[in-house]
Design a protein around this ligand. Structure first.
Ligand SMILES: CC(C)(COP(=O)(O)OP(=O)(O)OC[C@H]1O[C@@H](n2cnc3c(N)ncnc32)[C@H](O)[C@@H]1OP(=O)(O)O)[C@@H](O)C(=O)NCCC(=O)NCCS
Length: 164
């Protein structure tokens, strides 16, 4: 199996991926709202024999360190029948490389530390921030020295407030 990754806001494909991994469309709705609000930074689709996974990043505002370019990783999903074949890892690694190239300093994610820890995400770094999701599942990854200095209150993209 080869994986092809492409930047995409092909909604039919993105909705089908979330339906086949989470069994619901709330995460695809989130991506679509972030896009229409102008908050979507990156949207990547992994294709195996068919669309197999998706990852998105959105703008994160830092009030006390506004020179830090930060973003939120969410959502991420791999279609159940394609899980545990490295597609999630490929999506995360490829997208982080693109964010470094684009000059981002910091990425924040809410998820399983056992999963995101393998990419270097760290709950300790996230403790410097004040977010609506503070706790052990909030993790951050610095992509630069500036990112390591980020602290204080943050603003997520508006669409997160609509998530149930
Ligand atoms: C989490 C997810 C994106 C991983 O994608 P994937 O393509 O299966 O992942 P990979 O094949 O790259 O990596 C698989 C590894 O991740 C581990 N893993 C998968 N889900 C995990 C989880 N929730 N917590 C901890 N580890 C997890 C697997 O055990 C496996 O470990 P191993 O490499 O030691 O065997 C995918 O399982 C998924 O879409 N799950 C449902 C949606 C979801 O939970 N998304 C948000 C994640 S917070």
């Amino acid at each position: 199996m080869t994986i092809r990754l492409e930047e995409s806001t092909d909604w039919h494909t993105i909705y089908s991926i979330y339906a086949a991994s989470f069994g619901q469309s709330a995460e695809a709705d989130l991506v679509r709202s972030m896009n229409s609000d102008g908050d979507l930074i990156l949207s990547l689709v992994a294709h195996a024999d068919e669309p197999a996974g998706h990852i998105a990043y959105s703008h994160l505002g830092l009030h006390e360190t506004p020179d830090v370019r930060a973003c939120v990783l969410a959502p991420l999903a791999v279609v159940r029948s394609f899980q545990k074949r490295g597609i999630g890892t490929a999506l995360v690694r490829h997208s982080l490389k693109q964010l470094v190239e684009a000059g981002y300093d910091l990425v924040v994610v809410l998820g399983e530390p056992d999963y995101y820890g393998r990419f270097g995400f760290d709950p300790k770094l996230a403790e410097q921030l004040k977010t609506p999701y503070d706790g052990p599942y909030l993790q951050a990854l610095a992509l630069s020295d500036r990112g390591r200095a980020a602290h204080g209150p943050v603003s997520y993209a508006r669409a997160f407030a609509e998530l149930k």
